[in-house]
Design a protein around this ligand. Structure first.
Ligand code: AMP
Length: 418
């Protein structure tokens, strides 16, 4: 397998799949440029090695070409961070993009317009009426899949080598993230973002310093089951906080007031508890919590047990005493993986638990623990709270990281490795 560190880029055109899917406000200003900053080392490496760049990405979920999701909005930010001007192809297909890539000289950079302006990128038919039959859907899908082959081949024709640096979409088998790799059997590689993500997660899954503790939070048990079960085979301790807790407490016969609860997951919650026992994993639930009489920042608060919540109250955050218990577990851990907030952190009055976890992780990192934070909301939490550079690794890909942790082989990774 090729490595970006040793590949000879001199005189070569590299087509690089990055994740420039950044949030924009109503004036098309970037509100969080983390993903652009993350891609810069890979892009600079190609240029420093004497190559030229063809950058491709998606932005948002457009249904077709639209100014709203044009990558032209981010040109300035990329130029500034890369320290060079870039050319822009207003359509990732067609004669103009072909011509522009053909004429690209070493050191030059071409950004292609949003790949998802074409349904071929994802390979899914768009604009089907609601009442089409299964047969018609199948036929439409077959047509798009056929067109996708041509789309992928054309993208590949622009360049001499392919770099995948978009971890955020590595769990999708799209044209630019996976299918294109086959056109570069000896000239495909991961970029630094992908390498870093894979290394960090593999370290936790395969060779963690122990004890290894996972903190799992967030709203729903149902969306975390696969990862909980997978992690049982790996972790020594598991801290469970957030809205998930109450389904477990109810399943065990507790009273949970109006807390979030997935009634259809009660049996499963019990079986998870059994499995933890079998695997010898120590579970640390949020036993003491802050409950409120409304799902509202200014609601009345009480501190109570998560299994003894009074009528009309709902669990909203972990209590300070609970955080102390968790802190001891965490400060004794050599590796920590965190996914999901342990309270409704979007409301300032219920953000203390999540903020405390971020602080503890920063302290544990300082003490030499390896700390990995991943999954949309926990990343938002550490970033918002200013702790992103105080932990060992912050994963940029929410869904992709979860699937990787669940043990699923990601198409974007497989396509480079095979
Ligand atoms: P997830 O996407 O599953 O990681 O869930 C994240 C969401 O869980 C955030 O929006 C949190 O506000 C929410 N959350 C965390 N704790 C609670 C809770 N006790 N009750 C309701 N929602 C919660």
């Amino acid at each position: 397998m090729q490595s970006i560190d040793t590949y000879n880029f001199a005189g070569k055109k590299a087509i690089v799949r990055v994740d420039f899917n950044v949030p924009l406000d109503e004036n098309f200003k970037i509100t969080d440029d983390t993903r652009i900053r993350a891609a810069i080392p890979t892009l600079k490496k190609v240029l420093a090695g004497g190559g030229s760049l063809i950058i491709m990405s998606h932005l948002g979920r457009p249904k077709g070409p639209t100014g709203k999701y044009s990558l032209k909005h981010i040109i300035g930010a990329v130029e500034e961070k890369l320290g060079t001007t870039i050319k822009f192809a207003p359509d990732c297909m067609g004669a103009e993009a072909e011509e522009m890539s053909k004429n690209l000289k070493p050191g030059e950079v071409l950004l292609l317009e949003n790949l998802r302006f074409y349904e071929e990128e994802e390979g899914k038919p768009r604009g089907l009426a609601d009442d089409v039959s299964e047969e018609e859907k199948k036929a439409a899908k077959a047509v798009v899949k056929e067109k996708q082959k041509e789309f992928t081949k054309r993208l590949a024709s622009y360049a001499d080598c392919y770099i995948n640096d978009a971890f955020g979409t590595a769990h999708r088998a799209h044209a630019s993230t996976a299918l294109i790799a086959k056109y570069f059997p000896n000239d495909k590689m991961f970029g630094y973002v992908m390498e870093g993500e894979i290394k960090a997660i593999d370290m936790v899954l395969n060779s963690p310093a122990r004890p290894l503790t996972a903190i799992l939070g967030g709203a729903k048990v149902s969306s975390k089951i696969a990862i909980i079960e997978k992690l049982f085979g790996v972790v020594d301790n598991m801290i469970i906080g957030g809205g998930m807790v109450y389904t477990f407490k109810k399943a065990q016969g507790g009273t949970i007031g109006t807390s979030l609860c997935e009634e259809d997951q009660l049996e499963l919650a019990l079986s998870i508890l059994e499995k933890a026992k079998e695997k010898g994993v120590k579970l640390y639930f949020a036993e003491e919590i802050i409950a409120a009489d409304d799902f509202n920042n200014d609601a009345k608060q009480i501190i109570c047990k998560s299994s003894e919540i009074p009528d009309g109250y709902m669990g909203m955050d972990s209590s300070p005493a609970q955080i102390k218990v968790w802190e001891e577990v965490l400060m004794n851990s050599k590796s920590i993986l965190w996914n999901g907030p342990v309270g409704v952190f979007e409301m300032p009055n219920f953000a203390n638990g999540t903020l405390s976890i971020a602080k503890i992780l920063a302290k544990a990192t300082e003490n030499g623990a390896f700390t990995l934070v991943g999954g949309g909301d926990s990343v938002a939490a550490v970033t918002q709270m200013g702790f992103a550079d105080k932990v060992s690794y912050v994963s940029t890909g929410g869904g992709a990281m979860l699937e990787y942790l669940e043990g699923i082989e990601l198409p974007g990774i497989k396509a480079i490795r095979e």
